[in-house]
Design a protein around this ligand. Structure first.
Ligand SMILES: NC(=O)CC[C@H](N)C(=O)O
Length: 381
């Protein structure tokens, strides 16, 4: 027997009735679907999901519980969680708590018992949209009032969420092995596994607040700069684009991931646009045009860079030639950029792959090699 104790309402008026899950109450955000069969803990703790209500297409969620090792940041960031069938038992030797307990502890309103395939098809056909989950007393609100609240809620277009997810003060992660030098990481919602990958390549990783100015960044005297993944619309991040243009003019090597790729695109003078339903999953094929290899990659993005796909073009912002280095094979979306005349590149997907296949960790090696190559002429002068 299914008792209706919660309802998911999409902005187009579609309603899905289910059961209260996690915290009780009401929540609003952009409803998006994620297709990973595993990795819900990494998804929930990825700051890029702030402002979103995540629908898991995998039907059975929670069976491995939550552990202390797979967290990607200090908390759960999704604004709502939509699942088919929560596991009633937790079975994993690393689990220290259940998913349900964590959702309650973090105040995340969820809904279960939903036909997540139907929701996914709706979002795929109509595009992602604003949505609300109503549970507990809020489930009994008049449907018209629920819909009105959803339609009044904030959309993702034009939204800047960086200050909500970034660190307030700088932190440092020690380099492992032979040190390359100090790396300035602009924290726009960075994942722990990205920091680990960078530290493992010999970078002394300085995680900086998103409000860092160019002078503050240069005062660190870094050997290179990295922009992280993060939530929000890249078109609303003017200050980060200007900061990056300053970094590139200063000649510092640069690598960006996901939001960082979108901001490099903008710094080079290209636009960004919203995809109809985005890419969120861990099995997305991407072509690396340099090697001709196809990688299976982890994605989480709703926006993309609008740059010409055919060969090298002049950067509209005057940074020399640029080419699209990686292409998504499902829909031809730009998945990577490389500047040819300055040391800068970025990818739209997640080479840190948490969760996901490890096909793309070579990009961190490429970054290390680029930084070392940029240092060599200076040292030998
Ligand atoms: N993971 C990310 O960095 C996401 C970038 C951006 N917020 C998007 O949705 O496209």
């Amino acid at each position: 027997m299914t008792t209706t104790t919660a309802v998911l309402v999409l902005e187009d008026g579609t309603r899905y009735e289910g059961r209260a899950y996690g915290a009780r109450g009401r929540t609003f955000g952009e409803a998006v679907f994620a297709t990973g069969m595993s990795g819900y803990q990494e998804t929930l703790t990825d700051p890029s999901y702030a402002g979103q209500l995540v629908v898991m297409t995998a039907p059975h969620i929670g069976n491995t519980g939550m552990n202390d090792e797979d967290v990607e940041s200090r908390r759960i960031w999704v604004d709502g969680f939509i699942v088919r069938d929560p596991s009633r038992v937790v079975s994993n030797y690393r689990a220290t708590r259940s998913l349900d307990d964590d959702l309650v502890a973090h105040g995340v309103v969820g809904i279960s018992g939903i036909d997540t395939r139907a929701v996914t098809r709706r979002l795929r056909d109509a595009g992602v949209m604003r949505a609300g989950i109503f549970s507990g007393d809020d489930a009994d609100l008049d449907p018209a009032a629920q819909l009105a609240l959803v339609q009044e809620s904030a959309g993702m277009l034009g939204r800047n969420l960086s200050s909500e997810v970034s660190v307030a003060t700088a932190t440092v992660v020690a380099a492992e092995g032979e040190t390359v030098g100090r790396l300035a990481v602009l924290d726009l919602g960075v994942k722990e596994s990205t920091l680990r990958q960078l530290a493992a390549r010999g970078f002394e990783v300085h995680v900086l607040p998103q409000s860092t100015t160019l002078d503050e960044l240069l005062a660190l005297d870094p050997v290179a700069v990295f922009y992280s993944n993060g939530p929000g619309d890249p078109a609303a991040s003017e200050a980060h684009v200007e900061l990056l243009q300053g970094v590139l003019r200063a000649g510092l090597p640069f690598f960006g991931i996901c939001f960082g790729n979108q901001l490099l695109g903008r710094a080079l003078g290209f636009g960004t646009y919203k995809l109809p339903f985005g890419h969120r999953g861990i099995n997305q094929p991407v072509l690396d045009r340099e090697s001709g290899r196809i990688e299976i990659t982890a994605h989480n993005h709703g926006f993309a860079v609008d740059a010409p796909r055919e060969g090298a073009v002049e950067s509209p912002a005057g940074f020399g030639r640029v080419e699209v280095s990686h292409i998504g094979l499902n829909d031809d979306v730009v998945e990577g950029l490389r500047a040819l005349d300055i040391p800068a590149f970025s990818v739209q997907y997640h080479p840190e792959a948490a969760a996901g296949p490890h096909d793309s960790t070579y990009l961190f090696d490429r970054f290390r090699a680029m930084v070392i190559a940029a240092q060599t002429p200076k040292d030998s002068q």
